[in-house]
Design a protein around this ligand. Structure first.
Ligand code: ADE
Length: 228
């Protein structure tokens, strides 16, 4: 999977990209991530990429020309232009089924919004898929892009050490249940004990207990998942 990120703050991605799962996937050639500074496409001698909104109002607007040029140039950097995604609070809400549908694709260009937004003609011309990570406002699309990238990358076969470990995660592949509780050593800590069933070695009983726990937790915390 190849991802190109277009941002005004490329340095925000360096820590994220060096974290272990991602870094290993990049080293193993499973994932390629390129971060581009949109400012490099400025057509202005002061490297400006934003301007005041026509009609007045607060904040600055990202200009159409540098953004469109940047996207078009980056599209040409690989054999296929890829799926263009814009992270914005006005987008479709990200959820696991959307991630699974998207992860079929091999290439993505992720456009991170900033300031008061983009000139509307960016969306009119490029027709990106607009994605929100939730009903709250972040300072920009960078953190949202990292959330999206993280969810996509773990769908790439081989990225997770244990091929099955994302298979039964909450929300995956139609699973609409929260995860059961897990324990490791010691068996007892400050009077809190590991449930006996997990120590007995009866796999059928363990599976039954886990299903029951999942259902109970989902009923208590996210009954909306059971309704749908
Ligand atoms: N940019 C600012 N807030 C955002 C959100 N909630 N989702 C995606 N992009 C954003």
């Amino acid at each position: 999977m190849r991802l190109d990120v277009l941002t005004l703050f490329p340095e925000m991605f360096s820590g994220y990209l060096s974290q272990s799962i991602l870094n290993k996937s990049i080293e193993r050639g499973l994932v390629e991530i390129h971060v581009h500074n949109m400012r490099d496409w400025s057509t202005d001698k002061h490297n400006k990429i934003d301007d005041r909104p026509f009609g007045g109002g607060p904040g600055m607007i990202l200009m159409v020309e540098p953004v469109v040029n940047c996207v078009r140039d980056v599209q040409k950097m690989a054999p296929e232009p890829g799926t263009l995604i814009l992270t914005t609070p006005q987008g479709q809400r990200l959820c696991q089924p959307m991630v699974e549908d998207l992860a079929i694709h091999q290439r993505f260009i992720v456009l991170c919004g900033r300031y008061e937004g983009f000139d509307q003609r960016v969306m009119d011309i490029l027709q990106p898929m607009e994605v929100s990570i939730g009903d709250y406002i972040l300072n920009g699309g960078e953190v949202a892009s990292m959330v999206l990238i993280d969810s996509l990358v773990r769908m790439v076969p081989g990225v997770l050490g244990d091929e099955l470990s994302n298979w039964d995660d909450s929300f995956s592949r139609g699973n609409r249940m929260l995860e059961y509780p897990q324990y490791t050593r010691p068996r007892e800590f400050e009077g809190h004990e590991v449930p006996d069933v997990l120590l007995g070695g009866n796999h059928g009983a363990i599976e039954g207990w886990r299903k029951e726990q999942s259902l109970e937790k989902t009923k208590q915390r996210r009954s909306d998942l059971l309704d749908s």
